[in-house]
Write a protein that binds this ligand. Sequence first.
Ligand code: ZN
Length: 194
Amino acid sequence: MGRHDEETRARRARRRRRFEAMRGRRRLNALVATSTLIAAAAATIAIGVRTADCAYAEGGCVPAMVLPVRGGTVVSPFDAPEQVWFAGHRGIDIAAAEGTPLVAPADGTVSFAGKVGGKSVVSIVHGAWTLTFEPAVTTLAVGSKVSRGRQFGTMSGSSDHCDGACVHWGIRMAGRRYVDPERWLRPQRIVLVD
Ligand SMILES: [Zn+2]
């Protein structure tokens, strides 16, 4: 084997080592970038669940929301329709009489107060969710802030849900999907959602 061949082999080996090193750095960079993305996504999910499922107070996890009627009784549960356009019960009914004070289940802002199809309706926006009560009236102006557990209005008027004996509470999420309000009345722990 001549000297020339040895030099060529050595040059090729150096080039291969440089290439391997470069590829290794690229792989490492890609791995770091992916890990960062995964960590960021996990953090977002965890925070989302934390605010959605559970309000943290001293001593641990407490229910995210309270019933709009203090000490109220749920007389008709949520009954999710199989498809969004099917009939169902898109909320819960809580025993109440004309004039019963209504308290905000969570901090929010009054987004609507008025008649819808002859029924008195009050809505409160809480983050991306809209909490709706009927029959209900408020003296607060649209845009007013409300605090969890504080009175925002009263049960007043009639509703086809309750026949004057209850107030209907619905929670609509983005995309017009309704969720069971009772889900937010139970203490919940952080879990990663899929
Ligand atoms: Zn109802």
